[in-house]
Design a protein around this ligand. Structure first.
Ligand code: KIV
Length: 264
């Protein structure tokens, strides 16, 4: 039986309790996170965190399916959302639906996430009306990195702010059940959260959103390339792993491992 949190559950509880989402890409982490979050996001950030690429543009449908299936198979409580990778949905709504349908049918995940505003609202409407729930993604959109050349916060002037508000309106009307609001002023995220019933999930968007999301590797202190201002590190796994492996290596070289206790 499927006892996962549903989109209706999220809407029912959003006034009472903030929604928690974390990215997740692997089985052992899925098993742990599943006890603590409402939504597991198989984000295309895995191109950077798992595969060590400079950005998310090289992520493929195959990668999203493999990691997505693994996260679904190793969790039982959280709603699972999978990112559509760059280049797999932007050109037209039929291609976008085909990509989303293949990802959902091969992973058994609950929803997909797309980056973009007004320019993808027709696509969102097409996908949602054919049975696949969609999460939007506004503000800093990592798949558009090459337009600016850097990961920069957005909504810094009235024109940008208006564009983001218009984008939120058209995504909401197209039927997204939620949107990620990334790297924008808290006041703008607050306005979006107040204006639309759609669930807002902030990442670097202040405290007024309906919920919060972080990249798990950032939260755990495992991703070392750079740490955005909005990341709070709850752990320093990188140095814990470094210390542990250094000690193992020393023990082997010093012939202190394995001892009798670890031998047959
Ligand atoms: O790919 C991802 O991990 C994301 C989060 C940053 C929200 O989109």
């Amino acid at each position: 039986m499927n006892n996962r949190i549903t989109i209706s559950d999220l809407y029912k509880n959003k006034q009472k309790s903030k929604i928690v989402m974390l990215t997740c890409y692997t089985a052992p982490i899925a098993k742990i996170l599943d006890n603590h979050v409402d939504i597991l996001l198989v984000g295309d950030s895995l191109g950077m965190t798992v595969y060590g690429h400079n950005n998310t543009l090289s992520v493929t449908k195959r990668m999203m399916i493999d990691h997505g299936k693994c996260v679904v198979d190793n969790s039982k409580n959280a709603l699972v959302v999978i990112d559509l990778p760059f280049g797999s949905y932007e050109t037209d709504k039929i291609r976008a639906f085909d990509t989303a349908a293949e990802i959902i049918s091969k992973t058994n995940a609950n929803a997909v996430k797309l980056e973009g505003g007004k320019e993808i609202s027709e696509t969102v409407d097409f996908i949602v009306s054919r049975g696949i729930p969609v999460m939007g993604h506004l503000g800093l959109m990592p798949q558009k990195i090459n337009l600016k050349g850097k990961f920069l916060s957005v909504g810094k002037n009235k024109i940008e702010e208006k564009k983001i508000l218009d984008d939120a309106k058209s995504l909401s009307e197209a039927g997204v059940f939620s949107f990620v609001l990334e790297a924008m002023k808290s006041e703008l995220a607050k306005k979006i959260t107040k204006n639309f019933d759609t669930i807002s999930l902030g990442i670097g968007a202040g405290q007024h959103c309906d919920g919060q999301v972080l990249v798990i590797d950032d939260l755990l202190g495992l991703f070392g390339n750079f740490t955005p201002k909005f990341v709070k590190k709850y752990s320093d796994l990188k140095s814990i792993i470094d210390k542990s492996v250094k000690q193992f290596s020393k023990d082997v070289k010093d012939r202190k491992f394995p001892t009798k206790k670890y031998s047959y």
